[in-house]
Ligand binder design. Structure first.
Ligand code: SAH
Ligand code: SF4
Length: 384
């Protein structure tokens, strides 16, 4: 396509490395130069964090101007930034308008810890699944993010954390970076947006760019069985499974997708996940819900279920949200549960809730515009 025929600028963020050279045709770059130009752009975007073509000093001025007419480097717009008492940050991001002209919002969370910094990113606006303990699951609005919108969250976080090379005091070695790990545990079910998630992860992991290795990227799924094996072959990130129950009766209630893909099918897919070893284990997430799934018999059943899978268990204290129907198990119950797993040889850290004061903890994400609408609805109902 010639650039003269393009009305909207083409977003470059989100084009995979092998697709970027072809996109150079839009700027009338001769074929033999496309790879070279694509590599230059790639480094500017993902290594230096360039937000404009004007900054790209090793590209001629005329070409920079042409690029700026045809392409865009836009990232999602930061609407709000909240910082928790514990240092967790949550950003509400507004996306570019979709084909219907709607500008949706998503949330991204940064969790600093002593030995790492984890960025929790979203893969969809809302979620089509309706897990009964999850706030995102109550959000009506749903659409898939494209690869650029997924990668854009990492770019924005790096902007806000000031960690592009060349920024004062930065340019640190990979293990000293602000963002060392990425988890797809924000809004949405990543395996229902397979292609965009696959492309985004390939971009985030690319060694010439953001360079967060696939061993430090974790994809969390509620259990979309047919896509799990494919994810192993085509994505190759670390896998986390939102198990949350040890019987189908209970899991059917908590994670309705279980009615389609019950526990045994889910665990078979896990066993078949390529590349598993003691150094590369699957994480099983287990939200602790008082009186629902937290008994000792559950812990024992869990040990049996996981047999033969290189696994660790992440016990997540339930994070309440306005209107949620569950309570978190008490500390002692969680400890007893963890002890059974530990005795069976499974590492089972209890995840410390982070950023609860800004509703940034697991399962609390839901875009502000949705909350506002809900509040508006309530206000209206009160008037009627
Ligand atoms: N949709 C994917 C990824 C996003 S949810 C999935 O379900 O795996 C990330 C994790 O937070 C999941 O394990 C999810 O079950 C858990 N979670 C959801 N709501 C929660 C809540 N209120 N308290 C604690 N964990 C919750
Ligand atoms: Fe969706 Fe995950 Fe929430 Fe379930 S827990 S509703 S799959 S975001």
């Amino acid at each position: 396509m010639n650039h003269a025929s393009r009305e909207q600028p083409l977003p470059l963020v989100g084009l995979t490395r092998d697709r970027l050279p072809a996109a150079m045709a839009d700027a009338d770059i001769p074929e033999r130069q496309r790879r070279m130009r694509a590599s230059q752009l790639w480094r500017w975007i993902y290594n230096r964090g360039a937000v404009s073509f004007a900054a790209m000093t090793d590209i001629g001025k005329e070409l920079r101007t042409r690029f700026a007419e045809i392409y865009t480097l836009d990232r999602p717009e930061v609407v709000t930034e909240q910082i928790s008492a514990d240092g967790t940050r949550k950003w509400l991001l507004r996306l570019a308008a979709d084909e219907r002209g709607q500008r949706h919002e998503i949330e991204t969370v940064y969790i600093p810890e002593e030995d790492r910094g984890t960025l929790c990113i979203s893969s969809q606006v809302g979620c089509t699944l309706t897990c009964s303990f999850c706030h995102t699951g109550t959000q009506k609005l749903v659409r898939n993010l494209d690869a650029g919108e997924i990668v854009g969250q990492v770019l924005v976080a790096r902007d806000r954390l000031g960690e592009w090379p060349g920024q004062p005091g930065k340019n640190a070695a990979p293990d000293q970076r602000a963002i060392t790990n990425v988890v797809l545990m924000g809004m949405g079910e990543p395996l229902y947006n397979f292609d965009a998630v696959r492309d985004a992860i390939a971009i985030i992991a690319d060694g010439d760019g953001l360079a967060i290795s696939k061993r430090r990227i974790t994809l969390s799924t509620s259990g979309v069985v047919p896509e799990i094996v494919r994810a192993g072959d085509e994505i190759g990130a670390m896998l986390a499974i939102s198990l949350h129950a040890t019987t189908d009766a209970v899991r059917d209630r908590l994670v309705p997708l279980n009615r389609k893909y019950p526990i045994e099918a889910l665990l078979s897919a896990c066993r078949a996940y390529p590349g598993l070893s003691n150094a590369r284990r699957i994480t099983f997430e287990y939200v602790m819900l008082k009186g629902v799934n937290d008994g000792l018999e559950d812990a024992k059943r869990l040990v049996k279920l996981l047999k033969g899978i290189p696994a660790k268990v992440n016990l997540i204290p339930f994070n309440p949200w306005p209107g949620s129907a569950y309570e978190c198990s008490d500390g002692e119950t969680i400890e007893r549960f963890a002890a059974v797993l530990n005795r069976a040889g499974y590492a089972s850290p209890v995840r410390t809730p982070r950023g609860r004061d800004i509703l940034a903890a697991c399962g609390q994400l839901k875009s502000a515009s949705e909350r506002l609408r809900a509040r508006e609805r309530q206000a209206l109902a009160a008037v009627e």
